[in-house]
Design a protein around this ligand. Structure first.
Ligand code: PLP
Length: 441
């Protein structure tokens, strides 16, 4: 009998005893391939000796200080490291405790910036359907994840939603990827004009959509057009790279591949790789200047922001990514894993789409490949696949409601950046077996 209020109250969970690389072993000796890094968290794998050593070494020096009294070497070094490799013109960073806190802080930073610029009337946030930005009430307010919003809807502030850029589901027959990207972005401009440009504070989007729709990259040109529209109307562009950022897609930031720099960007998960709870918000130099020339204060704080141990862990994780050339491995293994998935599942009658970037991949299931008709949501196929995968010793991130919050099923793969050819093949093989078992259940 546990004292914990579990995610599934009647659930029973194996007790994780050891983590090593891409593997987690439970107390009974069962070993699992962590092919989703928990929730795309584990970037350098479990138990990396260099990260553990850096954390131990740091703990012998200082455990905690409050940011109103002190800064620390680890905090400063991590901030320097992040800014040195940030998208163009992003020169400052706020260090926080996770993805929701980062997105919450991104929203607050946008609002404070508008005030410092004398634009108090900018209050409206535009976001996208089929998105997720976190579970705190502010971050949930701008999230398009129907299931996660439902219970809390009366407590959320009103945000404004446009369609996601989701080529497999929304590109028209005969429409090129590029034309679709522009059409999807133009929806943003229409929404800004409808709301009144001088009232719009920010547009927020996951650069590559994560769990809600399953590793959906933007169509070519989409994000560039979005940037142009935001600039035209003085709207801040907030990119949420909590899940897709920090190397997951093969470049440190997913927006690099789009040639776009946001005004504000949130990262988390892969930043600390699971060794400590940490998230970060990047701010452009223009935002920094607005605050510096205005109130000169950041109107937002948390007890654990810039936590020294978390910063030391994240710094060590970033060093491992650099020293072991892991971004190159993400690109290489991303190809290998994707090809292996194509080989095993690409022709399967119930696989509609295999998509994603780098080691951020998803398989979307359909009842009919030609019409893309999804399965009956009541069947909860994604859960059946997840359970069958666990039986195969494989952990995958499964979700339903891929299309609109109700219809559609997918599983996502986000293994550590350290995997090799053999493991990529093994992940695809076990997933294919699990899919077959789930479909015949
Ligand atoms: N943003 C995105 C894109 C996410 O995927 C998540 C979590 O899955 C969050 C924000 C919230 O992060 P956290 O769960 O660390 O609070």
């Amino acid at each position: 009998m546990s004292s914990l209020l579990y995610r599934q109250l009647a659930g029973s969970y194996p007790v994780a005893a050891r983590g090593e690389g891409a593997f987690i072993t439970d107390r009974d000796g069962r070993c699992f391939i962590d092919a989703c890094g928990g929730a795309a968290v584990s970037s350098v794998g479990h138990g990396h000796p260099k990260v553990l050593a850096a954390m131990r070494e740091h703990l012998d020096r200082i455990d905690y200080v409050h940011t109103s009294f002190f800064t620390t070497e680890a905090t400063e070094a991590l901030a320097d490291e992040l800014v040195a490799h940030a998208p163009p013109r992003m020169t400052r960073v706020i260090l926080l405790s996770g993805g929701s806190e980062a997105m919450e802080s991104a929203l607050k930073l946008a609002r404070q910036t508008a005030l410092e610029r004398g634009q108090a009337g900018r209050t409206k946030v535009i976001s996208r359907r089929q998105s997720y930005h976190g579970n705190t009430l502010g971050a949930l307010s701008i999230s398009g994840n129907v299931g996660r919003r439902k219970v809390y809807a009366p407590l959320l502030f009103e945000a404004h939603f446009i369609d996601p850029c989701f080529s497999y589901r929304q590109r028209r027959d005969g429409e090129s990827e590029e034309d679709y990207g522009i059409r999807a972005a133009e929806e943003l401009e229409a929404k800004i004009l409808e709301l009144g440009p001088e009232t719009v504070l920010a547009f927020t989007a996951e650069t590559v959509v994560g769990a809600t729709a399953g590793a959906v990259p933007p169509a070519p040109g989409y994000l560039g057009k979005v940037r142009e529209i935001c600039d035209r109307h003085g709207v801040l562009l907030i990119l949420d790279e909590v899940m897709c950022g920090m190397g997951r897609t093969g470049t440190l930031h997913a927006c690099e591949q789009e040639g776009v720099a946001p005004d504000i960007m949130a990262v988390a998960k892969g930043l600390g790789g699971g060794y400590a709870p940490i998230g970060a918000v990047f701010a452009s130099e223009a935002i920094h200047q607005a605050l510096a020339a205005g109130s000169g204060t950041l109107q937002n704080g948390f007890t654990y922001m810039g936590h020294p141990l978390a910063c030391a862990a994240a710094l060590a994780v970033q060093k491992v990514i650099h020293d072991e050339d892991l971004l190159a491995n993400v690109r290489r293994q991303g190809e290998i894993l994707r090809n292996a998935l194509e080989d095993r599942l690409g022709q399967h009658a119930n696989v509609g789409d295999i998509r994603g970037r780098g080691l951020f991949l998803a398989v979307e299931f359909v009842e009919n490949r030609e019409t893309k008709r999804p399965f009956d949501p009541g069947r909860k196929l994604h859960e059946l696949v997840r359970e069958a995968a666990i039986e195969e010793g494989l952990l995958v991130y499964a979700m339903g409601g891929t299309i609109d919050g109700t219809r559609g099923n997918h599983v996502m793969l986000a293994p550590p950046y350290t995997i090799d050819d053999g493991l990529s093949g093994e992940i695809a093989a076990r997933l294919a077996t699990a899919v077959q078992r789930a479909l015949s259940a």
